[in-house]
Design a protein around this ligand. Structure first.
Ligand SMILES: C[S@@+](CC[C@H](N)C(=O)[O-])C[C@H]1O[C@@H](n2cnc3c(N)ncnc32)[C@H](O)[C@@H]1O
Length: 422
């Protein structure tokens, strides 16, 4: 782990970006347009954060990105590199100042500058949707004077916004990927910002800077890592994207309790997803054919068809019910796909089949009857009045963590806090 401590301290009120040159007027105009759009959408709510959005030049943090193309084949990524940092082509600036997530790394450390033409790959770093970044800083209640720990520096754009409000010395940000961290540090320095940047595993937090008033994670976790709970002060807040291996997502805001290791909170509205944190990501599924073709399979009718694997709230519930399960599709041979829930950890699977009359059957095999577990969870949720995910909450105490639906006394599901194998 390497660290670069800030040699300078900038008060929050100090003028932000130092960058000047051709294209800066256009960039400033586009920032104003973006801020207006984010305010109209309700993401940007306070004048102070609006000022930060107006001051942080996102194009310095995202000089290049991958444009996504979905086609009949696999998703491809086309590199889009600004003509030159000085010239700042207007189309590049318009793309960078749109309310869009911009993917900046594929498969660990492939940058747009490294490839020519469309490529395939898995996004591993991005500049988060600006609307989501500002919603998160607004929702976490960050104020000047707060000490903030950010997990997932990425491009450094969200780090720069935090520096605008709190001052460089109050912001610590941890990034797993050394190359992303280097680019972020350079971009922050270009804009005159020198927060405490750490290259390392953010799941460990950063004890040296604790206690923090706020923790904001921009990569998702299967449970809240114990060091995060230890490093935020009593009464401080943690904004945590929760996800799993289905994958299903939720964003929870927790308040640290009086005792270390205790926290309570509620899920925030909206359908937002983040890339999984290294260390919590799903392992590759091995031996799918064997999992699907076990001899102990049994088949029965089910009231719950594939739609429950598409809906935002029910997919999250299914993930709670079967935390190591994955949702996969295989071609059915008639142009449609068969939907499967497979759990390599237990060697179990459930396959949904049309019953020919508009309903569904399920074929289950392995020691855990996955669809029985899913139905039991969905039935409990239905009996609780089918609360939307925005009415879910979370409790952490005594080394256990659970998500509840509707109210803290409602149905609950424990999160896996064991060391993941991903
Ligand atoms: C969505 S990006 C961050 C976006 C960033 N907030 C921005 O505005 O550019 C998520 C980042 O989390 C980083 N990450 C993933 N796992 C991590 C871990 N265990 N510790 C620290 N950073 C991690 C990824 O490398 C990636 O850069």
């Amino acid at each position: 782990m390497t660290e670069r401590h800030s040699p300078t301290v900038n008060p929050p009120s100090e003028p932000g970006p130092a960058a000047t040159g051709p294209g800066d007027d256009l960039a400033a105009r586009l920032r104003g347009k973006l801020a207006d759009e984010l305010r109209q959408r309700g993401d940007l709510r306070s004048p102070e954060w609006r000022e930060a959005v107006l001051r942080v030049p996102r194009h310095v943090f995202v000089p290049a990105f991958f444009q996504r193309t979905d086609g009949p084949g696999p998703t491809t990524w086309t590199p889009r590199v600004g003509e030159s940092p000085k010239e700042k082509s207007s189309s590049h600036l318009e793309a960078v100042y749109s309310n869009t997530t911009l993917v900046t790394r594929l498969d660990g450390d492939r940058r747009p500058e490294d490839v020519e033409g469309p490529v395939t790959g898995t996004p591993t770093s991005s500049s988060t949707l600006p609307g989501l970044v500002v919603r998160m800083v607004e929702d976490s209640g960050v104020h000047p004077g707060d000490r903030v720990l950010e997990i997932g520096t990425g491009t450094g754009y969200s780090t720069a916004l935090l520096c605008e409000r709190c001052g460089d010395e109050a912001v610590t940000s941890v990034e797993y990927d050394a190359r992303s961290a280097r680019s972020a540090r350079d971009a922050l320095a270009t804009t005159g910002r020198h927060p405490n940047l750490v290259v390392g595993d953010g799941l460990l937090g950063r004890p040296e800077g604790a206690p923090y008033d706020r923790l904001i994670a921009t990569c998702s976790v299967r449970h809240v890592p114990a060091p995060w709970l230890e490093q935020v002060r009593s009464g401080g807040t943690l904004l945590v994207p929760l996800s799993g291996w289905l994958p299903a997502h939720g964003l929870v805001r927790l308040t640290r309790g009086r005792n270390a290791g205790e926290a309570n909170g509620e899920f925030l509205p909206g359908c937002v997803s983040f890339m999984g944190a290294a260390g919590h990501a799903a392992p590759a599924v091995q031996g799918l054919a064997n999992l699907l073709n076990r001899e102990d399979a049994g088949e029965r009718a089910t009231d719950h068809g594939p739609a429950v694997l598409e809906d935002w709230t029910t997919t999250f519930l299914i993930q709670l019910a079967a935390p190591t399960a994955r949702h996969l599709g295989t071609p059915a041979g008639d142009g449609t796909f068969r939907e499967h829930l497979v759990d390599p950890a237990t060697g179990s699977s459930a396959t949904l089949l049309p019953d020919g009359r508009g309903g569904h059957r399920v074929r289950q095999s392995g020691p855990v009857r996955l669809w029985d577990t899913v139905e039991e969870t969905l039935n409990r949720w239905e009996r609780a009045g089918r609360p939307d995910q925005a009415r879910f909450g979370m409790t952490v105490t005594g080394g256990r963590q659970w998500v509840w639906a509707g109210s803290p006394d409602g149905p609950r599901w424990e999160l896996p806090t064991d060391v993941p194998t991903g």
